[in-house]
Design a protein around this ligand. Structure first.
Ligand SMILES: [Zn+2]
Length: 421
């Protein structure tokens, strides 16, 4: 068993030939790892059964599953033993060794077949090789790439300054020109002394490892561990999108490459078609249509405010009259909110008696205000009666205010009877 050795990261089968989709190899070792524990486990019950899953990490003789590195996320795939097929959840690099995380153990010396999730991997290759090309073109303009990120949907390069629209257009044109030129992308393993070691991860053992330089024709040479395309034409197309400022002067320039471009076009075309139907207009009319709707909404809100203040004035007169005659008044507005009740109270001003105001529709949340002499005592009697089941609130003396989590059917009417009894 001890005679089987694993291949170092830098010379993995996927790094030598990034187009391998299926691969036969052997398990070198298998060890247990504790998956992240559930955060819900109570500290007060240390003896409660833990739902932490046990997972395992396999070292293989060689692999076509790329461990996370150089900005490229980990692959995913399937490992098939003579007995069963199991998913490879993630692959990580520990110094020079690729570790494959799996849900069940596989004994050392077991012969296995690996299969990579090719759609995911090819997408990563398009984004990663494309990023090298974008950065190479930016280098010719003396704009260094400070970092990059391969995202689920969009990726970006981080630059020391914001690019002008003209610069973005020029970079995009040049990148697509290089795609059409169909330049060969190839990996060189030069003398270690010639490689810029500043670009290596801190925990990589450069002396025992393999240092690679990825070339795009004669245009670019860049130390990189990633899995790359073999020709720029496989990028299909590069689209530069928006920029987002970061830190004080940096700018993140977002991009899409390869199959992501047509997927994005199809998704956005479908979205535009839905908006065309909902707004009953053509795509080039959408902005004007939305601007008209915004104006309409603004005008409606202004009118609603005006009418609401009219209603408050009229309702205040009725309430004052009721208070004078009966010393009690009840107002329930299913379609109003608390601000309406507050405006009404302000308009009524000082009064003698007891005033109960409620808002909110049945099956919805609402509010309740009790004002006047002994308001707190009356509110307590409402709560005690159980007429409004989900009522909670507080106050003292002449003002009590509460929330109704949900008005139940019949509750507003029952409350009216209770107040006016
Ligand atoms: Zn790279």
């Amino acid at each position: 068993m001890a005679s089987i050795r694993s291949t170092v990261v830098g010379a993995l089968a996927c790094q030598k030939d990034s187009y391998l989709k299926k691969f036969e190899t052997t398990v070198v070792s298998c060890h247990e790892v504790q998956a992240a524990k559930s955060k819900s486990k109570s500290k007060k019950q240390p003896d409660a059964p833990s739902d932490a899953k046990t997972e395992y990490e396999l070292v293989l003789k060689d692999t076509i599953l790329f461990p996370e590195g150089g900005g490229q996320p980990s692959d995913s795939g399937v490992i098939t033993t003579p007995e069963t097929s199991i998913p490879v959840l993630a692959i990580r690099r520990a110094v020079l060794t690729a570790l494959h995380k799996v849900p069940i153990p596989v004994a050392p010396a077991t012969p296995v077949v690996l299969e990579v999730d090719w759609a995911r991997r090819f997408d990563h290759m398009q984004q990663h090789s494309g990023q090298h090309l974008i950065s190479a073109v930016l280098d010719t303009m003396q704009i260094p790439t400070l970092a990059w990120n391969l995202g689920e949907k969009f990726s970006y390069v981080e630059l020391p300054r914001k690019l002008t629209d003209e610069e973005v257009a020029a970079v995009e044109d040049r990148c697509n020109e290089v795609i059409r030129q169909a330049l060969t992308i190839w990996v060189e393993i030069p003398d270690k002394d010639l490689v810029n070691k500043q670009k290596l991860p801190d925990d990589y053992d450069a002396d025992s490892g393999v240092l690679r330089v990825v070339h795009i024709g004669d245009l670019d040479a860049n130390p990189c561990c990633g899995t790359h395309l073999s020709n720029t034409r496989e990028m299909n197309s590069i689209v530069l999108l928006h920029q987002v400022p970061n830190k004080s002067t940096n700018s993140r320039l977002f991009f899409l490459i390869g199959d992501r471009v047509r997927k994005y076009a199809a998704e956005n075309h479908a979205l535009m078609r839905r908006l065309n139907a909902r707004l009953s207009c053509q795509t080039d009319e959408i902005e004007a249509k939305v601007a008209r709707l915004e104006t309409l909404l603004r005008d409606s809100l202004k009118r609603e405010k005006m009418w609401a203040s009219e209603v408050v004035i009229n309702e205040a007169v009725t309430v004052k009259q009721a208070l004078q005659e009966h010393k009690r008044a009840f107002i329930y507005r299913p379609d109003a909110a608390l601000d309406y009740l507050t405006s009404l109270v302000g308009e009524i001003g000082a009064f003698e008696g007891l005033l109960v105001l409620a808002c909110g529709a049945v099956k919805s949340p609402g509010a309740l205000m009790v004002l006047g002499e002994g308001a707190d005592v009356f509110a307590a009697s409402v709560r005690e009666s159980g007429i409004v089941k989900s009522l909670k609130g507080g106050g003292k003396g002449g003002k009590w205010q509460g929330k109704v989590a949900e008005w139940e059917k019949g509750e507003p009417e029952a409350l009216r009877k209770f107040v006016l009894a």
